[in-house]
Design a protein around this ligand. Sequence first.
Ligand code: C2E
Ligand code: CA
Ligand code: CA
Length: 868
Amino acid sequence: MSYPLILTIDDESAIRDSFCHYLEDLNYQVLQACDGQQGILKMETAQPDLVLVDLRMPDSDGLDVLRWAKTQAPLTPIIVVSGTGVISDVIEALQLGAWDYLLKPVNDLEMLRLAIERALEKSYLRRQAANYQQRLQREVAQRTQELLSANRELNIAASAFNTHDAILITDAQGNIIRANAAAERLTGYSQDELIGKSPSLFKSGKHDEAFYNALWETLHTTGQWQGEMWNRSRDGNTYPIWQSITAVRGDSDSVAYYVGVSTDLSELKAKERMLEHRAQEERVLGSIANLAMKFMDSEPFIRQALQLLQQQLPDLGLLSHVQLWHNDAQAWKCRDILSLQGSVITPPPSKQLALAAQSNDAVTSILEGTIRYFLIPLRSQRRDLGVLVLCSDVTDLDDAVEPFLVRLGEVLPLAMLHQESERELHYQANHDSLTALPNRQSLKLLLEQQISSARRRNERGVVLFLDLDNFKTLNDSLGHSQGDLLLQQLGARVRTALRDEDILARLGGDEFVILLPPRPLESDDTLNMAAHVAEKIKKVINRPFQLDVHEYMVGCSIGVAIFPDAGNSSEELLKHADIAMYLAKAAGRNSVRFYSPGLQQAADRRLYLEHKLRRAISQSELEPYFQPQLNHEGQVIGAEVLLRWHNSEDGWVSPAEFIPVAEESGLIIPISNWLLGEVCQCMKHWRDLGLFEQLKTVSINVSPNQFYQPDFAEMVLNVIKRFDISPETLMLEITEGVVLCNLEDSIEIMRNLGQQGVRFSLDDFGTGYSSLAYLKKLPVDEIKIDKSFILEIDKNPDDVMIVDAILSLASHFELTTVAEGVETQEALTMLRDRQCAVYQGFYFSRPLPEGEFLAFLSQGQSMLKDDL
Ligand code: C2E
Ligand code: CA
Ligand code: CA
């Protein structure tokens, strides 16, 4: 058994291959050609049963193939596959004789299969008709010839052809001299009526003069004509026929007779029409499936689908009444979803609606009086839209309607289902699963839309980039489940601080973005508004969060960027808001910063520093410096370790700049660990020199990230042990913010180390929450008054009041106080008058490298004693 041979012509090999694989699986034989020229060649040599041709190809394209085939292979079905989507291309192709078309990309290969099957069926019918006629034609001509030459009666000739096909014989002048019975049946005229008449009697009016002229022209020159034409019967009906006419020459070699054979094509045409109709239905069902993807919601989808049906399949004639009935609180209610005015029809009985709604059949057809109802239940796993009611009072409905409606009834719920899963996927793809907030991807989309709308309408919108302070420490200390809980609560809380139209998205981790849609504001007003919103957000975030066991406080850093000023794309805008957020972090957390063009440079610098910092330890660029701390008698009783970084390209880089970079990049951990080792090594050395007679403590700054490392206490104790230094001489400086973000754990860590003798100093005191209640609970030995209160204490009465308050607080809790940032004699005097215990500042010394610090220890004291 031989399988149909299909030629696929396309310049893209991927498309040819995909067609090829698919069709071969369906048992077709497949040939390929990469352009029109090659395609024509293969059509000539291989004579495929069907051709799939791309319309647009370089050099010679699909239209060339069609032009060639029109004359050379008119019976070969050609299906055009158009990639251009330009409808005029398709029309041109159809005019050139294409049998069908598909639009690229052909995602649904099933469509391809159906198109091929249709075309092959049609082609088979055509070929059969043509073959049969050709044979008949030959036979008639031959027999006529025989009869003529035998000089027998012509009427025998004609009537002898007791065939299905009509046969007419005319004389040279075109007057009918014989007709067979089939001709009588076809034309509706009797033999007697026909004799002597001209076949122009049958003219249907569907062809112009040119058509008949061309016919005669061909007949004269070649002695033969055949083709499709329309005739009119006696009762006025037109009908299609396949007509062939042969000139029969007599002895004198001039035309003696014309023999005409007509095959009635009505049935064939009807069949073709039916095929065409089916194809159209197929296309409509395909379009409905496509529609399902376009709409997120079932109802507008169904409405569109029905509108499409009405436009595309008007001869269904049914859809003049389409309603959606749904069961609402035990009563069936109707929604005229096509909002058709006019005729109101009698509703179908509720009992029938209820039955149909429960039925597993795609369509329930019922007849009530003169009205035929088709009930299609619209339900999928998740939704029940009710019952779609199509009805008609047309009594003689086309039989084909019902099977089509069955398919429609199958397709609609499938499409709904598909739509639901799409929606689900879409939701999942666009939302963060933890907080159910829009995710980065959907934020970007929304942002792009809003940027362009802001540009168009000359408005301004705002992006706030929010990042929690020290979120990592929460995760590290309480575990991820508590971190997740906090993020969820936080998302809900921030939402309450926003307007409905504002968008809150989660980018991932502890990063959130708030999008304030464009408004017609000047940039200053926009800034004010943004600042206001940022404050509001901070406020709701700063309230304690109730986690499973713990109460937890967080701060957040917010970077603000105004659009379209600060960026033309979502990418750029988010980057800029992010940069501003980093600036907020660097400014001491829980703060808000705005993007300005200079910030970009700062961000570049930060990246650059991070890159260099990575190698700073191994390149020996880092070094601990020591800043002396003195008591009220002027004795150096301690030192604060301050890290210094020097490299050949950048010279000295301030810790105020590189420490935040180290914190954000995580480099702070290896750097701090290394530093602690270095410092302890120094301390061991100093102990051996007997310096701890005089020195009480060496203070070292602990970063938030470091403090909440699960093994922090263990690590510190190990180093102490390794260098055999006495734990009491080590003072760890931590800030309030760090402690308060997880009070319970902090206390635990501090107790743990405190039991071994290690001491704690509360750094930058006065800048954070400075809450008495917390201070009471904390096992700290010392507080360091932030230098911002000390630097100008001699000039600013407010600072004096604050310092007084801190000092009295400290004495109440019996804590040592250190004043850092003592720069002047005046400041020192004021602090001494108030019984501050320890002083640190440029007035005495800048931070010094180890050697200089040791020199300062031995020499500097007497000089200072004079001052004190
Ligand atoms: P901090 O812990 O508050 O350190 C005190 C800062 O004040 C030091 O700045 C110090 O040089 C400066 N300072 C001391 N006396 C005076 C004074 O009289 N006047 C003025 N204007 N400033 C004075 P530095 O060394 O630039 O460090 C800045 C910040 O970097 C530190 O603030 C600390 O937060 C961080 N940092 C420095 N070294 C380390 C370290 O080893 N580890 C960690 N985690 N952070 C460090
Ligand atoms: Ca410090
Ligand atoms: Ca400090």
